[in-house]
Design a protein around this ligand. Structure first.
Ligand code: HEC
Length: 144
């Protein structure tokens, strides 16, 4: 009898512990190296236009034309594409956005090697081409 109580206590403790630990593991953590990274591409009209083109062909399906997370594919996903117009989204650094675009999370695919001309990307950098910087510059245009 005593053993059963001990076993039950251990089981209960384990379940409770996991209930607290699992949601934390799910957090989309950005490494410090990326947090501090500066976007080398100036957000001029040419950059924003190129970013818009990349966004239109790779991202609208899920994130929607207006960045609200309401693309036509979004209904079939298990995780919700974030609202790019929200202050919480926009307050992230350019490097943090780059990291999230490069590596993805849950239903968000990683685009590190899918961004046009970015196959020679150096891990932990905005790359040798303008495209990743252009894409991040375009995401900034969703700020209200
Ligand atoms: C297949 C659907 C899908 C596609 C395509 C997609 N995303 Fe996402 N994206 C998501 C989902 C779902 C999330 C939320 C993931 C999470 O919270 O774990 C997300 C999250 C993000 C985030 C982080 C949001 C935040 O709140 O920090 C960024 C940045 C992002 N996407 C950019 C892009 C860009 C840029 C493209 C195109 C190159 C793209 N995504 C293409 C589904 C998609």
């Amino acid at each position: 009898m005593k053993n059963i109580v001990v076993v039950l206590a251990v089981v209960a403790f384990t379940i409770t512990a996991y209930a607290f630990i699992l949601p934390q593991q799910d957090v989309w953590k950005v490494p410090e190296k990326y947090e501090k990274m500066k976007n080398p591409v100036i957000a001029d009209p040419v950059s924003v236009k190129n970013g818009n083109e990349i966004y239109s062909s790779h991202c609208t399906n899920c994130h929607g034309v207006k960045g609200k997370g309401d693309g036509k594919k979004s209904v079939s996903l298990n995780s919700i594409p974030s609202d790019f117009t929200s202050p919480a989204f926009q307050k992230q650094t350019d490097g943090a956005l780059l990291y999230k675009i490069y590596f993805g999370h849950k239903d968000m695919p990683g685009f590190k090697n899918r961004i046009p001309d970015n196959d020679d990307v150096i891990e932990g950098s905005f790359g040798k081409t303008r495209s990743p910087g252009d894409l991040v510059n375009f995401l900034r245009t969703f700020a209200k």
